[in-house]
Design a binder for this molecule. Sequence first.
Ligand code: B12
Length: 324
Amino acid sequence: MLTILYSYGMKPKEIHPIRYVARQTGLTPHVIRAWERRYKAIVPRRSPTNRRLYSEANIERLGLLKNAVMVGHSIGQLAGLTNDEIRKILGRGEGGFEAPSPTSPPTSRTASPLFFVEASVSALFDLDSGALERLLTRAEITLSKLSLIDQVIVPLVQKLDDLWSSGSLKIVHEHMASSVIRTFLGDILRFCEIPPTASPIIMTTPVGQLHELGALIAAVAAALEGWRSIYLGPNLPAEEITNAAEQTQATVVGLSLVYPPDDPRVVRELKAVRRYLSERVVLIVGGRAAEAYSEALEAIGAIHVQDIPSFRRRLESLRSPERV
Ligand code: B12
């Protein structure tokens, strides 16, 4: 292996796998891959088996990029800059934040989930989708994966509801927020590292259920727990769901029910999903309208989960050998 790498012009000291780089920079592997694939912000070498190999220079650049993102710059704009140009930006200390070093912990102001939720709401009211996107990216590199989902994304969606109910939010704000959150979560899914042994899980909503953020949040939560999460989008007929489960050998199918809470079609579709689905596949249902369909859920033996933490626990128990 080493001989081959030497022939690539790299000394062993300079060759690092993505996990090492993640530890050094505090960036998660999926952020590192996303910055490479989506923005070409760095270009690691590849091993003969196509694994990414990072140099010290790559690590230094990722540290600079991280610091610049954390003071509010967009990774899309930074990606085309040289390291010196990024250093210049950091020297200015824009946005009133102190520029942290690659390894220093973020300041409490930039690290607080509440800060990200509140700042996201301000960006939303300004209809500034770029600012919202940058805030979510910063939350992603600052917080743990659990905090990102449980303390930023879920509360932000709940906040939309509160603001909507109090009449301060307009349709345009909700549409913009949904679109940015959807793209952000979709990117996490695309760039998640999937272990070869990961069990496939399908996530979608049945026909008539058009709200998709619950299914997408659950899909990301499963992916971050190491499942091969396959998100199929909303509003799928039972047959499509079960065909996809069969084709991918999914062991779990997750369905989100949000609105409406009283659609007879949904009851029929739920029953059809269970009827066509192999017996070995576990059906998990969540979302604010799930309770309203509890009779149907009970009849088909579906597991109703209340929130994302209970979903994680449920996934954990499904994975542990003594419970499978
Ligand atoms: C974003 C949004 C929209 C977007 C949807 C964009 C999209 N592509 O998804 C748009 C703007 C299009 C929209 C439209 C409408 N919406 Co809307 N919308 C919302 C909002 C803010 C978030 C929706 C959402 O995805 N929630 C789902 C998740 C994130 O929340 P949750 O259901 O509580 O689920 C939690 C857990 O159960 C878990 N979970 C959810 N699903 C699953 C699945 C699994 C498998 C697991 C494990 C866990 C899990 O995750 C969540 C986090 O804890 C909600 C308010 C809210 N907070 O839910 C209103 C809301 C759902 N909408 C509502 C309404 C009324 C509408 C409209 C009728 C408005 C209108 N007059 O046109 C239309 C209906 C569209 C339709 N035909 O269905 C109402 C529903 C009221 C009710 N009676 O239930 C709500 C509650 C707002 C309100 N308070 O009035 N909406």
